[in-house]
Structures are given as structure tokens and as C-alpha cells.
Design a protein. Structure first.
Length: 226
């Protein structure tokens, strides 16, 4: 077997939530690097690698063949989770998409509301929309991480519990567990958003618009940093 693909810190962090011996689905797999690495490590017993576009799926197929995993990793052309239920995946990766899109994919797959299924999610934008969807639809957030590459990425791990949970706006944006940890990456992310909110507030004030939302969030961030 040739050398395994190099896995970025973002993918390594997401892969850390994959359970030993699980059957994996990697939605929007692109190169299929993470499932290949997990398979080579013996972390998973098999999986499905899917994409909505033929080009990325063809790349995934080539890599699956290159590493001799045709019998354990099945490539599948499909939209989101639309064709994955028959494969009964236990751990589901949806990485590198917008939070709104991930929420929409999950909304169209009610079969994920099942005990034993784990969702490992990495929104590129709007993590607050994704968290709001999860907590309102009975998914419990069981793990949260931040990882820095060229930017700071948020990674969420969720499992269906059937129970809703109350989150503040800041907790939806940054994650309860991340805020509780309040480590260097959390502080860096909060400082970055402090700048964004201050710029947004200045723009609204110049336009004579209401800044109550920004005022409240900035006050709460300041309180957390104090």
C-alpha cells in the first residue's frame, strides 16, 4: 500500500469523534482522505463515501482504488443523505459545508433521529443556525472542538436524544462546551467576533439602524472575557 494521504488538523479533529468499529458515511467526501485514513488505522469496519457531484466522486473512487479499499469503502453519487439510509451508517461525517446546508441535509433525513447514530459536523459558516436546528430537533450536542488552520473551525458531535435544550445566542454561535473551556482558541474566536460585531455596529449606526443585537452580544462577550 502506498503512503496514506496527509490529513489536515481539521480532518484529524473530526476523525477523533469517529467511534471504534463503526460503519461510516462521509457526505461530500471530495477526496475520501479521512475515511481512507480511518480504514487504514482499523478505526472503522467500512463505510460509504458520497458526493453530489461526479468530479469529486470520481476522485474519491480513484483514491479508494489506489489504497485498495474497494471492498470496504463504497462510493455513492447522491444528494446529501438522500440515498444513505439503506447502508445504515452509524457515524456520519458532514464537513466543510455551510451551517444552513448541513441543517437542510439533516432536515431531509429524519432517519438520523435514531439511537446509535452519531453526527460529526463542521460548518464553514453559520454554526449558530446548525446548533439551533440540532437543539430544536432533539439532537444533543455531545462534543465540541475548535481547531486552527488558516482560520478557526468549529466541529460538533451530536446524537439524537429526543430532548430539546436551551441555548443563549452566544452559545449557539460558539458552543456551550467551547465557552465553558475558554481556552486560547475560544478567546481568539471571541476577539475576532468582537471586531466583526463592532464593525457591524458602526455601520448600522452610520445608517441610523438599530444596534440592539450587536450591543447585547458585545456586552456578553465582554463579560465572558473579563
Amino acid at each position: 500500500m502506498t503512503n496514506l494521504p496527509k490529513i489536515s488538523k481539521r480532518l484529524q479533529c473530526a476523525g477523533g469523534y469517529v467511534r471504534e468499529g463503526s460503519f461510516l458515511a462521509d457526505v461530500g467526501t471530495d477526496h475520501a482522505y479521512l475515511p481512507i485514513a480511518l480504514m487504514a488505522e482499523g478505526r472503522i469496519r467500512g463505510g460509504v463515501v458520497s458526493d453530489i457531484n461526479k468530479g469529486p466522486l470520481e476522485r474519491a473512487c480513484a483514491h479508494v482504488r489506489e489504497w485498495g479499499m474497494e471492498q470496504t469503502l463504497t462510493p455513492l453519487l447522491c444528494d446529501g443523505l438522500s440515498a444513505l439510509e439503506p447502508y445504515a451508517p452509524e457515524d456520519i461525517l458532514i464537513l466543510g459545508m455551510g451551517g444552513e446546508l448541513i441543517a437542510d441535509i439533516l432536515a431531509r433525513a429524519p432517519w438520523t433521529k435514531k439511537e446509535g447514530i452519531r453526527l460529526i459536523l463542521q460548518p464553514m459558516t453559520h454554526p449558530e443556525i446548525l446548533r439551533r436546528f440540532l437543539v430544536k430537533n432533539g439532537y444533543g450536542i455531545v462534543g465540541e472542538s475548535l481547531v486552527r488552520e488558516e482560520k478557526i473551525y468549529q466541529i460538533l458531535c451530536a446524537e439524537y436524544t429526543g430532548q430539546s435544550a436551551d441555548y443563549t445566542e452566544l452559545e449557539l454561535m460558539f458552543g456551550k462546551q467551547n465557552l465553558s473551556r475558554m481556552d486560547e482558541l475560544t478567546l481568539t474566536l471571541l476577539c475576532r467576533w468582537e471586531q466583526i460585531l463592532e464593525e457591524r455596529r458602526r455601520g448600522k449606526r452610520s445608517a441610523g439602524a438599530d444596534t440592539a443585537e450587536e450591543d447585547t452580544l458585545l456586552q456578553e462577550i465582554g463579560g465572558l472575557k473579563a
